[in-house]
Write a protein that binds this ligand. Structure first.
Ligand SMILES: Cc1ncc(COP(=O)(O)O)c(C=O)c1O
Length: 395
């Protein structure tokens, strides 16, 4: 049987990472893989996570299976984190959460539930989007259509083109939006654009599906959520895939949740049942460790305070690096990189040529994906001058 299988090409981002690790150049920089890095280039374990792990180790009494929906404290914490305490969908009992293995697991379970509601349903995805959205959604037999989002020439969102393309959406179609820190372009919707999309969702009876993988890494936990919270208060239905990989630094622990907002609490419970059933058919039960950590942090006063402070330091570091990068690249008065300052999260497109990307790699050991997406968090006070000097040399 196995001899019938074909080899697959290596994943481009993981291949880049392997090449980076083999590179002997002491100045090498990895701007490829999408993880947060601190000033020393490390992806740290957050202090609140460490402390929560110690508390859990001391108190945990069993490794028996979790309930099908996962850690109850975590699900409640994520609902409040995503929508904000006292949000109308929470007060009305219209929102439910099912723990999933990371944001990817959540996106996939959400997709399975969409397909159960209407086989082969269409999901509208931004162009560009995170490449993994395609297999995650198509794996659940959904049809993908795209709307233009980022205009490489203007280095901004082409909102008029987005709205115009979405005129073709039909009732029941799903509109996938990046909650904040758009991956790969870093360009986020503003309040007026969220409202215009809310109006469109209502007018065309679409179902918004919000991918929230970076809450707290743009401007703040509540600030980043303002757009989708505003939308949630006006639309009858919404799905949210929430990930704890980046904002809790829990990447390998696979903590996330799929949230459903329905017209009433009975429909929300049905969606939850369907999600749990879909999970049962794929991996049965969610893993405990990461969700137990995040649940404890979200629900303890001291851990939450420590987590929020550290998250703020992370976001300040990334935004500070954006600022420094623009200052250095624009110092000669020759180039305009001001768009990087207006974008948020780990990523921006540099918008240079593929030859320039290749030269950065071959001549300077600077590793970036071919789309020119760079992970801004790969820059540190120690390597930023080397990076900007190298980039200016190839421009
Ligand atoms: C846009 C987007 N969505 C979802 C995810 C899911 O992350 P994870 O499955 O690691 O929680 C990521 C991770 O890189 C992402 O960038």
């Amino acid at each position: 049987m196995l001899e019938h299988l074909e080899n697959l090409p290596p994943d481009p981002i993981l291949g880049l990472s392997a090449a980076y690790h083999e590179d002997k150049n002491p100045n090498k920089i990895d701007l490829g893989v999408g993880v947060y890095k601190d000033e020393t280039g490390m992806t740290p374990i957050m202090a609140a996570v460490h402390e929560a792990e110690e508390r859990l180790l001391a108190s945990e009494q069993s490794k028996s299976y979790l309930p099908q929906a996962g850690v109850a404290e975590f699900n409640q914490g994520v609902l409040e984190l995503v929508f904000g305490r006292g949000h109308t969908v929470l007060n009305a009992g219209r929102a439910v959460s099912v723990q999933a293995p990371g944001g990817c697991g959540a996106l996939r379970i959400g997709a399975e539930v969409i397909n159960r509601s209407k086989a082969g349903n269409t999901v509208w995805l931004s162009d560009p989007s995170w490449p993994n959205h395609y297999p995650l959604l198509q794996g659940a037999d959904l049809t993908i259509r795209t709307y233009p989002y980022y205009d490489m020439a203007r280095r901004d969102i082409d909102f008029a083109a987005m709205l115009s393309a979405l005129q073709e959406a039909t009732p029941g179609d799903v509109l996938l939006l990046h909650g904040c820190c758009h991956n790969p372009c870093g360009a986020d919707l503003d309040a007026a654009q969220w409202q215009a999309l809310t109006d469109l969702v209502l007018e065309k009876a679409l179902v918004p599906y919000i991918d929230v993988a970076y809450q707290g890494l743009a401007q703040g936990l509540d600030e980043d959520a303002a757009g989708w919270r505003q939308m949630a208060s006006q639309v009858p239905e919404m799905l949210v895939a929430s990930s704890c990989s980046k904002n809790f630094g829990l990447y390998r622990e696979r903590a996330g949740a799929i949230l459903f907002v329905a017209a009433d609490s009975a429909q929300a419970e049905t969606a939850k049942m369907q999600a749990m059933n879909a999970a049962r058919q794929i991996y049965s039960m969610p893993p405990s460790h990461g969700a137990a950590i995040a649940g404890l942090i979200l629900n303890s006063v001291d851990l939450r305070q420590s987590w929020e402070q550290e998250l703020q330091a992370m976001r300040d570091r990334v935004n500070g690096m954006r600022d420094k990068l623009v200052q250095r690249l624009e110092a000669g008065g020759q180039y305009d990189f001001g768009f990087i300052r207006k974008q948020f999260g780990l990523f921006s497109f540099l918008g240079i040529t593929s030859e320039q990307i290749q030269r950065l790699r071959d001549e300077y050991a600077i590793y970036m994906v071919g789309s020119t997406r760079m992970n801004v968090a790969g820059l540190t006070p120690d390597n930023i001058d080397y990076f900007t000097d190298s980039l200016l040399a190839v421009l």
